[in-house]
Write a protein that binds this ligand. Structure first.
Ligand SMILES: [Zn+2]
Length: 345
């Protein structure tokens, strides 16, 4: 129950939140209206929990940092709607780089609207913009911590990629793969892998095995030379990988192994999405990856996957995981599907 002093009569002017906006981004804009910094606003609204003497960056603001009831009263919103805008949790730390869509920011600016930071962009698996079908731009979490005003978000740098037609086809396939994989993990109620409904924890374990394989020396020929696609990060961190424990407040906690740098995550998850979404018979351009999985994923690991997942992901493995059809695993059509672009070669 809220104490009387915790209730706020409501701020006279509150700029509306943008659909999908992160709470911290919205609060930056509210603070700007009143000519103050974010922390000062929260202190004046009695919305900062006393334990949070150390300043929390805007993008990390979560229910654990805030007194939601007085904040919601001040913003004329329900506590639940404010809570659902708050940041997901990421343990032990956030990736070194997150991503944003420059075209989304430009579009907002072109109609005089605020340039919001979307909540989705905080997830380590947010790699591409579904609307613009383009890769997100990398920004370091160090840079995000330094943002003080909403205009700093609008002013994040844009980089225009100049791709040949071939590169465009390849990147489009990777983007489609990355978006597909993101929905599997972040919206497991609505989206299921092609081998059948899979618990998100089990799916994360399968993905982690495949990510570790892609980042192993065995995959060097196929994967590592691709890292020069974008701007190269610091040489010492070129191939850093972490396990991120993400709680988005909606689907429980997911532990996910992923490269630390955005460009690496984009390539690795994009390629993995391309591989996983198509039936084994349609993966001709990705045969190197198929061979790698067959030879490098240990049998004891495959045995932990469901038979359907093992058959779909490692159809040519020497391990035994139940009966298989004699030829193609596809059952819904006899007509060959148009091959995917050669993203893995
Ligand atoms: Zn966009």
């Amino acid at each position: 129950m809220s104490l009387p002093w915790q209730r706020h009569p409501g701020l006279p002017v509150v700029p509306p939140a943008v659909v999908g906006e992160l709470l911290g981004s919205w609060l930056l804009r509210v603070a700007q209206v009143y000519g103050m910094g974010l922390r000062e606003l929260l202190v004046r609204l009695a919305a900062l929990r006393p334990a949070n003497r150390v300043s929390v960056p805007w993008y990390k603001l979560h229910q654990g940092h805030l007194a939601i009831d007085p904040l919601a009263s001040a913003l004329h919103r329900t506590a639940e709607s404010v809570a659902t805008m708050s940041a997901p949790l990421c343990d032990r730390r956030w990736p070194a780089e997150l991503g944003y869509c420059g075209q989304c920011l430009d579009e907002a600016a072109s109609v005089g609207a605020p340039s919001p930071w979307l909540r989705r962009w905080l997830h380590p698996l947010a790699l591409a913009c579904e609307k613009h079908r383009t890769w997100l731009e990398p920004v370091t979490t160090k840079h995000l911590r330094e943002i003080r005003r909403v205009s700093d978000i609008a002013g994040l740098p844009r980089k225009t990629a100049h791709w040949s037609a071939l590169q465009r086809r390849r990147e489009s396939a990777l983007i489609a793969g990355a978006l597909w994989l993101e929905t599997l993990v972040t919206d497991p109620q609505e989206h299921h892998p092609p081998w059948g409904k899979t618990d998100v924890g089990q799916l994360a374990k399968i993905l982690s095995s495949l990510i570790h394989l892609m980042m192993s020396p065995a995959a060097a020929d196929m994967v590592r030379h691709q890292l020069g696609r974008g701007s190269l990060p610091d040489r010492r961190q070129r191939w850093a990988c972490q396990t991120f424990r993400v709680d988005d407040g909606l689907n429980g906690i997911v532990s996910l192994a992923a490269p630390d740098h955005l460009r690496h995550r984009q390539f690795v998850f994009g390629l993995l999405g391309c591989y996983l979404r198509f039936a084994p018979a349609d993966r001709a351009p990705l045969k190197k990856f198929t061979s790698l999985i067959a030879t490098e994923i240990p049998i004891w690991q495959l045995a932990r996957w469901s038979p359907g997942a093992a058959r779909w992901i490692a159809p040519t493995s020497n391990s035994s995981f139940g009966p298989r059809p004699k030829s193609s695993l596809r059952t819904n059509s006899a007509r060959p599907r148009k091959p995917t672009p050669p993203v893995g070669s």
